[in-house]
Ligand binder design. Structure first.
Ligand SMILES: Nc1ncnc2c1ncn2[C@@H]1O[C@H](COP(=O)(O)OP(=O)(O)O)[C@@H](O)[C@H]1O
Ligand SMILES: [Mg+2]
Length: 172
């Protein structure tokens, strides 16, 4: 399992980091966004979408539907299960209604989606609020499909740690 912890100290930092992640995504990638209300899951999802060529104005929280589908350079399924009280409410949904193998799937409040997953390439992103404009992000994956992403981030962190004022730290 690979793991990295980052401090996103501003909205701009969150945006540029999310866009960087989007460059490493591939058909069938699934990103699970963990963390409580207001920690920045939708904000991060929007920047990922922008990086995938989705028009920013069409990206929003899927409030009345559980899934929004955005066309772009890659199709994005944006799932938000916040309103789900009971996993049985998902019984009307087939896997292909919630997860795309051709595009990228982003899931907020993903707990009940876990039943649909087996060995897909999943990247877990856990968001925590540190202060008004600062978020901590913990990235974790057991899938080797994200190895290059983690290696790239670890290398960037190592070079950052050599500077006087490191912004992030690495864990394994
Ligand atoms: N560094 C940051 N990263 C992400 N969001 C931030 C940051 N600083 C402040 N925010 C604000 O926090 C809020 C996060 O809201 P949102 O993305 O809807 O959260 P969630 O989807 O987790 O409920 C937004 O108003 C956003 O502008
Ligand atoms: Mg949200």
């Amino acid at each position: 399992m690979r793991k990295i912890i980052l401090d996103l100290c501003s909205l701009e930092k969150t945006d540029s980091f999310a866009r960087k992640i989007s460059a490493h995504l591939f058909p069938g990638a699934i990103l699970l966004f963990w963390g409580s209300m207001g920690t920045g899951k939708t904000t991060f999802a929007k920047s990922i979408c922008a990086g995938l060529g989705v028009l920013p104005e069409i990206v929003g929280s899927p409030t009345y539907t559980l899934v929004n589908i955005y066309p772009g350079d890659r199709t994005v399924f944006h799932v938000d299960l916040y309103r789900l009280n009971d996993p049985e409410e998902l019984d009307d949904f087939d896997r292909e209604d919630l997860i795309t193998d051709e595009g990228v799937t982003l899931v907020e409040w993903p707990q009940y989606l876990l039943n649909y997953l087996s060995d897909e390439p999943v990247l877990n992103l856990e968001f925590e609020t540190i202060s008004e404009n600062q978020r901590r992000l913990i990235l974790e994956s057991e899938s080797s499909n994200f190895d290059i992403l983690f290696k790239t981030l670890e290398q960037e962190n190592l070079s950052l740690q050599k500077t006087a004022n490191p912004l992030s730290r690495v864990g394994k």
